[in-house]
Design a protein. Sequence first.
Length: 462
Amino acid sequence: MSNIKTMLENDNYIIILDTNVLLNIYRYSPEFSEFALECLNKVNNFIYLPATVRMEYEKHYRGEFSKRVKRITEASKGTEIQIQNAKDKILKSCNVLEQLHFPDIQELRDELSQKMDDAYKAFCDFFEDRPPLNIIQNFWEGIDYLAQLVQKIDTLNHILESPSQKDIYTWCDEGEKRYKEKTPPGFKDAKNKDGVRKYSDLIIWKEILRFAKLNHKNIIFVTDDVKPDWWEESDGNFTFHSKLLAEFSQTQQLIAPMTSNLFYLDVSSAFDINQTDSIEMALKMTDEDYYDKIAEDVFDSICSTLLYGATEYINDDANIGSEGIDEFEICEYSLIDAERVDRYDNTVLYEFVFKVKLAGTSYEYWGRDDDTKEVITSPGVDHIFEGNIKVAVEREADIFIDFEDDNSFANAEIIDGNLEETEHNERIEEPGEFGYCPDCGTPLDIENDGGNGFCVNCAWNH
C-alpha cells in the first residue's frame, strides 16, 4: 500500500478525481458515504477536478440524488405487496371452512379483512410520517456535504483549465482516429454515446496531461471506470493501460492511477480513519442493479433443471399419473425477490426467488403390447403448476467490480421450490370403431382386435 500522505506532502503529487468517483458517493450505503467523505475531506486541499468532470458533476448530481429517493420509495413496495398477498391468502383459506359448513364464515371474513386493512393503514402511516426526501436529508443532516466539498474545490481554484472550442474540436478529431485503432481512453464509449459526449473520457485525459506538463505536478488519478479502455487485465490482475502510461510519461511527471476503493483505503490508513470494507462497499452499491441485470441469465441457467426435474418441487398432493411427466413447459416466470445472504472473502452468495408457471402432461400405466412390448398408457392428463422457485447464486467479487457493466455470476442452482397444481384436465380420447374397453378404457378398434371383442391392453375378452 502506498504512503499517500508522503506522496501528497513531500513528493509533489495532487489528486485528480473522475466524475464517477464523485457521483458514486450518492450511490453508496450511508455508512460508506460518510467514510468516503471523511477520506476526501482529509485531503481536500490536494484535490483538483478537470473542468469536464466539474461540468458533468453539476449536470448529474441532482439526478443521482433523485435515484436515492426512488430507491427508498421502492423499498416500501415489497412490504406493501406482502401485506396484500397475506390478506388474499387468509381470506381464501376461509373457503375451506365454508365448505366444511362452519357457521358465520362471512363474519370471520369481514373481521379478518378489517384486521389486514388496519395493518395496511399502519404501514401507510409509517411512510407518510417518513417521506423519502426527509430520510435522504437526515442522512447528511439536511446538508449535501459532497456538494460542499466540490464548492471548496471551486473556491481553491482547483479546477483545471477549461478546454477551448479549438481544443474540443482538435481532441474529438483525434478521438475519432484513436477509437478506430482502439487507443485508450474512452473507445468503449463509442457505441453508447454520441457527439462530444463520446469523447468525454479522452477530453478529461487531455486536460490531465496538459495540467501535469504545464504545472510540473505528479498525479494521483482516481477513477471507478474499470473498462478495458482504461485498464488492462492479465491473469486476474489489473494494471493501468500501458498506452496511457506511455502517453503520460511524455509529460515528464509521474502518475499513480487507482480506483476509489484503493484510494480510500490508502487515505484511511495514512490518516488513521476507521476503515470500511471496500468490497462490501462495491457490493452495496451494485446489488440492486445487479439483481435486475442477471435475473434473466440466472433463470436461463436453471431452465433445464425445471424442464426435466420440476417434479421434485411439486407438492405431494398433485394428481400426477404413474408414468410421471417427461418434460415440462415454462409458461411464465418473473423475479419477485433477491437478496445477498452471505459472503466469504471474495465469494458472495445471493438468493433469487422466481414465480413460475409450468405445464406438463402425465400418463397412467395401462400395460404392455403383447407383440411389441411397448408400454401402453392412458390418454394423458394436462397439468398446470404455479409457485415459487428459490435459486442460490454465487458471485466472485473484487475491488474491480465494474459498476456499469457487471452481469456475471459463477454458479446458480435451485435450492428450494414450492409448486402447486392449479389445473388438472384429463384428455378425452376418441373411441375406436368398436368403442372402449369396459375394463381399462382403451379404444377398441381393429388393431386392438376389437372386432373379436378382445383388448390387447388388459386382455379383456367378452
